[in-house]
Each structure stands twice: as structure tokens, then as C-alpha cells.
Design a protein around this ligand. Structure first.
Ligand code: FES
Length: 101
């Protein structure tokens, strides 16, 4: 199973393919608020994906439109509730610790 590393703590968790990044963050015991219950309608799960972006599910139109509304979005931005894990390991960075841009 792919390993998800959460920065800046460096905690890791193995997750089955198809799990969301939000589930991985929560499984690792890190804080993740899902204000819209993971429907892709808010910005509370906005994270930066530092490594493994290409193996994640592609950004769908609704996620893209939501990202467009969020301040501080960069090329590494994803909504953790919408991005599902592929075969490769992923490194994500929770916001509030670095610009990530
Ligand atoms: S929890 Fe609202 S967009 Fe992910």
C-alpha cells in the first residue's frame, strides 16, 4: 500500500489505493477539519501535495472551481477530501506551516 507522509510532523500512514488524502491525514492522527463533510464545497481541507501528485486522482471541475475561490492556492494545492490516492507514495503538507508555493 502507498505510504502517505504528513508534513511538517513527518507522521506516516499506509492507505489503500482509492482512499482520500483527508482520510490519510485523519488516520495519521493529524488535524483535518471537514467543514462541508468532504463534499468539495469549502476550503477547510486545502493542503499542498509536495510529492506524488501525478499518482493522485485528477482534479475534477468542481474541485478546480472551488480551488479558484481559495486564497493562497498554488500549483501544489488539492482539496484533501477530493484527491484519492494512487499506487505511489505521497507527501502532503498541512497549511499554516509554510507557504508551499
Ligand atoms: S472538506 Fe470541504 S472541500 Fe474538503
Amino acid at each position: 500500500m502507498p505510504v502517505i507522509t504528513i508534513k511538517p510532523s513527518g507522521k506516516t500512514v499506509e492507505m489503500p489505493v482509492g482512499s482520500t488524502l483527508a482520510a490519510a491525514v485523519i488516520a495519521a492522527g493529524e488535524p483535518m477539519v471537514l467543514k462541508c463533510d468532504g463534499k468539495g464545497e469549502c476550503d477547510s481541507c486545502h493542503i499542498f501535495v509536495q510529492e506524488g501528485r501525478k499518482s493522485l486522482s485528477k482534479i475534477q471541475r468542481a474541485e478546480n472551481e472551488q480551488l479558484d475561490r481559495i486564497v493562497g492556492v498554488g500549483s501544489k494545492s488539492r482539496l484533501a477530501c477530493q484527491a484519492t490516492i494512487g499506487e505511489e507514495n505521497v507527501v502532503v503538507e498541512l497549511l499554516g506551516f509554510s507557504s508551499g508555493l
